[in-house]
Design a protein around this ligand. Structure first.
Ligand code: MG
Length: 261
């Protein structure tokens, strides 16, 4: 079970002592507060400056479930590495990577577009995001009384594709995700990035908040330092209770790093 990070800073510091650190950060609900609509999740000025300053001292990657173009423009800091679609695509000044999900999975995702668009039309508060190599259907803004009817429509829309086994359903916070059945996730993408020049030989710190971030905690294991935002988590070494504590930890990380230099 994870330890509360702000009460375990000495332990965290000793894990990172005398190491070159790299920082891998989820975006939604890790760097930004919860937002009703995906486009409303904006980095605060202070958080953006903090990430920018950290990126001067250590290699930083943003690792998000959003599409790559979306996350790159939302964060808008030059020189970082960005991984989108839960790690299926990544870009940095010195590399690009696209994981091939295969034609069959691409066709399944494509085939779901009309039915998921129709659900968005039918239910006010449902937002369908076509991210190319995965889909997200957000229902945070849907009234709770509408949920059962929406869920029934959603299940009906995706059942045939799920039964063919090329795509699978994953749940995140008030959203359903339809992803290709591939052996690739945020954790594998981080391990892949750790083999690139800019990250090679560093000790990774990863901060996330959602189910898909647990793949990254598991992948890093004791070779890195993983932090789960929101509650205790079996898979992570540490946790923070509230999203605004991420800023506190990142400031401590920056101070610690600067003091060591
Ligand atoms: Mg998140």
């Amino acid at each position: 079970m994870s330890r509360y990070l702000l009460k375990s800073m000495e332990e965290a510091r000793s894990c990172l002592k005398d190491r070159d650190i790299s920082l891998f950060l989820d975006y939604d609900v890790t760097l930004t507060p919860v937002a009703g609509r995906p486009e409303d999740a904006r980095l605060s000025f202070q958080m953006k400056e903090l990430v920018r300053m950290l990126a001067v001292s250590m290699p930083v990657a943003i690792v998000s479930g959003r599409g790559l173009a979306d996350i790159t423009s939302l964060v808008g800091i030059d020189g970082l590495a960005y991984a989108g679609n839960h790690g299926l695509e990544a870009v940095a000044p010195d590399f690009t990577m696209t994981y091939d999900i295969g034609r069959a999975a691409r066709e399944e995702l494509e085939g779901l577009v009309p039915a998921l668009s129709e659900l968005q039309e039918r239910f006010k508060g449902v937002i369908f995001e076509n991210k190319g190599v995965s889909h997200t259907v957000h229902y945070r803004l849907l009234g709770s009384r509408q949920f059962p009817l929406f869920k029934e429509g959603f299940d009906k829309a995706v059942a045939p594709a799920l039964s063919r086994g090329r795509v699978r359903l994953a749940e995140s916070k008030r959203a359903f995700e339809i992803r290709a059945c591939v052996n690739w996730d945020k954790g594998r993408a981080i391990l892949w990035m750790l083999e690139r020049n800019r990250f090679r030989g560093t000790t990774p710190v990863f901060i996330g908040d959602d189910e898909t971030d647990k793949d990254a905690y598991r992948a890093l294991g004791p070779t890195g330092l993983s932090v789960h935002v929101g509650s205790e988590a079996d898979e992570a070494a540490f946790h923070l209770i509230a999203q605004d504590e991420v800023k506190v930890f990142l400031k401590l990380l920056l101070d610690t790093h600067e003091a060591a230099c």
